[in-house]
Design a protein around this ligand. Structure first.
Ligand code: NAG
Ligand code: NAG
Ligand code: NAG
Ligand code: NAG
Ligand code: NAG
Ligand code: NAG
Length: 673
């Protein structure tokens, strides 16, 4: 009887099944009394394939699978709905019973005896209807501990039973606000995290279990599903306990205040020790005869309708997402394979290591030459910091500006006062108008002292900058060779430290030379001095003229200066002005020398660094006891090994996935013909 009924349905529904597999007509809503679907034989291979993908843990590769996710507040009757669909008893008890995601894989099979199988932690445990609750509890304890905690490691229950729909769903812990005794304080957040993780992907269909006895708008599960699916396009609602709260149910599901895009199905679950067959008959009678419930359209009541609806929705979501999944698998496989190819070859002999080492040194030197000496930035087009020739000029400019600012301030501040003070102290019994050299030298030395830190700071900055550049270049070229990375970093740092020290020594010598001797052969000194001294008469006149109320004087080549304070020093003005003229003219020479000589020195140092010292230092370090010799290069770096391993695993999973879906696409293709 059942057999013939099935056969007829199969033939009449042939077109529907095609449509569902292709996702074109998901709105078929013929009601079929027994919970058995005519799609079984067609959808099963596809479900098997999806299940295989799930087993391969393809989610870890960033590929989400189409999934029906069952959510509901605590005591919404979530477990009862699943029991009714599967026709078996699930664990009951205080507090949350589902403490891990439970993947329920329902499969119709022709044998009278059901087969039940639990899969978790790589184990498969077969069980039966009487023991399945206990078995689930034991497995849950193993996954989530035997306290009342929850865990995100899924448990799979395969139910092969005559007449169940071919359906895979993930049952998640019921939402509870208040922790019961023994539950962690943040139980709500933990559950919410798990639920959100499952319902967030666009590939998930949310089966929201709502109790007819409550106001739907207050349900936590509605709040969560709405947060990821505002329009409800992938949310389906099951309303339980229709018998307990029949008043207004029709209005509730018609009004649809909570945006359930895929529609409602009202059910009455098994009560007490009814058998599932009895429960179905009771349910049918209830919706047939109850004065209020009988008004609800028959296309949205009853467990069989729910089963049918879920099978349709499942077919729809699978056919909708599968092509995308296949595409993603191929993309990721291609990408990961190319990444695997890009990993460095594992060196196996000293000759290989030597070749690699020399190659890397060559590349590093060439990179450094380009960016430090030649100003070619093709290797770092967008990294301004690595455009070294330009950045070095920036550093030099900033240093030279510093020096210039200092000189200008010195030239105009308290004009002539320093000179006057020095001249007063240098006076001695002798012929007038001889310029005392001591006065000149002591002012000069004070000025040298005041700027002595500037060139030191400058070389400091330059070497600090060069260190980052050299490290970065070496790191880039040694990226794949961990030991070489260590060695070159050490060598680079120690070499730069040495070169910095020698630069500072050089600067100190330059400063000391300037401090000791006032000499130049540069004709600019005389030119500058003559320019200033030619204004001497005008200056003295302007300061001493009693009719001149002007407080400033425009000294060409220096600027406008205050002169009011100078009237009282009339006797020394000429000599002080002369001294100032020499001072200013000579300081310009000194300043240029300090800039030029240090710039020249740095360029020589950089040249030496790139062309010989760095290589020498690296070889030296590698061959030293702490470097461990060239053989160390043969050791693969832990990070590369890890990367290779991870890629290898990913590639394996993706390849298997590809095979799995490859078969599947063939099948779907066959149906399409
Ligand atoms: C189920 O439980 C019964 C009684 O407790 C026991 O005899 C039977 O062996 C169990 N079956 C399995 C598969 O564990
Ligand atoms: C494989 O490729 C994907 C991108 O397609 C990437 O996200 C993933 O991290 C890769 N796997 C490994 C192990 O690198
Ligand atoms: C690379 O060489 C190291 C050391 O010889 C070895 O431990 C490792 O397994 C090798 N890796 C591969 C992928 O061959
Ligand atoms: C310059 O020379 C004087 C005298 O020889 C000395 O006291 C001073 O410390 C020197 N200054 C610098 C910056 O070397
Ligand atoms: C004072 O002298 C300066 C420079 O010679 C000149 O620019 C300025 O106009 C003079 N001011 C007066 C009030 O004469
Ligand atoms: C992955 O690793 C296995 C064993 O370590 C090796 O035989 C296989 O060639 C590797 N596959 C790839 C793609 O590297």
């Amino acid at each position: 009887m059942v057999g013939t009924a099935k056969k007829t349905r199969r033939t009449t529904n042939k077109d529907d099944s095609l449509a569902v597999v292709h996702g074109e007509n998901p709105q078929v809503s013929t009601i079929i009394a027994p919970i058995v679907s005519s799609y079984n034989e067609k959808i099963r291979p596809i479900l098997d394939a999806v299940e295989n993908l799930r087993r391969l843990n393809i989610a870890k590769e960033g590929i989400q699978l189409p999934t029906i996710v069952v959510v509901g507040d605590q005591s919404s009757g979530k477990s009862s709905v699943l029991e009714s669909l599967a026709g078996i008893s699930l664990p009951r008890g205080q507090g949350i019973c589902t403490r891990v995601p439970l993947v329920m894989r329902l499969q119709s099979h022709p044998l009278p005896n059901p087969e039940l199988m639990l899969e978790f932690n790589g184990k498969s445990i077969s069980t039966d209807e009487d023991n399945v609750s206990d078995a689930i509890n034991i497995a849950t304890d193993e996954l989530a501990g035997n306290a009342k905690g929850i865990s995100n490691t899924p448990l799979t229950l395969v139910v092969k039973k005559n007449g169940v729909p071919d359906l895979t769903m993930v049952d998640l812990p019921g939402i509870t606000r208040v922790p019961v005794h023994g539950q962690p304080e943040n139980i709500y957040d933990q559950i919410k995290d798990i639920i959100m993780e499952y319902i967030r992907p666009e590939e998930s269909i949310i089966l929201n279990v709502l109790s007819a006895t409550v106001d739907f708008t207050t349900c936590e599960s509605i709040r969560m599903s709405q947060s990821v699916d505002k329009t409800g396009l992938r949310t389906l609602a099951v309303v339980t306990k229709a018998d307990k709260s029949p008043e207004g149910l029709l209005e509730k599901v018609t009004a649809d205040d909570v945006n359930i895009g895929l529609g409602y199905v009202c059910v009455r679950n098994r009560i007490g020790d009814e058998s599932y067959e009895e429960a179905r008959i009771e349910e049918e009678r209830l919706f047939e005869s109850h004065p209020m419930l009988s008004k609800i359209d028959k296309s949205i009541v009853g467990v069989p309708v729910l089963a049918q609806r879920l099978v349709q929705v499942q077919g729809m979501i699978i056919s909708k997402t599968l092509p995308e999944i296949v595409k993603k698998i191929n993309e990721k496989l291609t990408y990961n394979l190319s990444e695997l190819d890009k990993l460095p070859v594992n060196l196996t002999c000293v000759a290989d290591a030597m070749t690699t080492f020399m190659h890397i040194i060559g590349l590093s030197k060439e990179s450094l030459r380009k960016i430090l000496l030649r100003g070619e930035f093709d290797e770092y087009p967008d990294e301004k910091n690595m455009h070294c020739t330009a950045r070095l000029v920036d550093l030099l400019d900033s240093y030279s500006n510093h020096l210039q600012c200092f000189s200008e301030k010195e030239a105009t501040k308290d004009f002539l006062m320093e000179e006057i003070r020095e001249l007063q102290e240098a006076k001695l019994i002798g012929l007038p108008n001889f310029m005392p050299r001591t006065a000149f030298l002591s002012i000069h030395q004070r000025k040298v002292k005041a700027i002595a830190h500037m060139p030191i700071d400058f070389v400091h900055n330059v070497w600090e900058y060069l260190e980052t550049v050299v490290s970065s270049v070496l790191l880039r070229h040694c990226e794949n060779y961990y030991q070489l990375q260590v060695s070159t970093r050490r060598a680079g740092q120690s070499l730069i430290a040495k070169m910095k020290e020698s630069s500072i020594k050089h600067v100190l010598v330059v400063v000391e030379m300037e401090n000791l001797t006032d000499y130049t052969c540069n004709p600019e000194f005389m030119a500058e001095y003559n320019k200033l001294i030619s204004q001497q008469d005008d200056f003295v006149k302007a300061v001493l003229d009693p009719n001149n109320n002007n407080q400033t004087f425009d000294l060409k080549g220096v600027g406008v200066i205050d002169v009011a304070h100078l009237k009282q020093y009339f006797s020394m003005l000429t000599q002080a002005f002369d001294l100032k003229g020499r001072m200013i003219a000579y300081w310009r020479i000194v300043q240029k020398r300090i800039i030029d000589s240090i710039a020249m020195h740095l360029m020589l140092s950089i040249h030496n660094l790139v062309n010989k010292d760095l290589e020498k230092e690296i070889v030296h370090d590698l061959m030293s006891p702490k470097g461990g010799g060239i053989e160390r290069l043969l050791e693969e770096s832990p990070s590369i090994a890890g990367k290779r391993d991870k890629l290898n695993r990913s590639v394996k999973v993706l390849q298997e996935s590809k095979e799995t879906v490859g078969n599947l696409m063939d099948r779907i293709g066959t149906y399409g013909d």
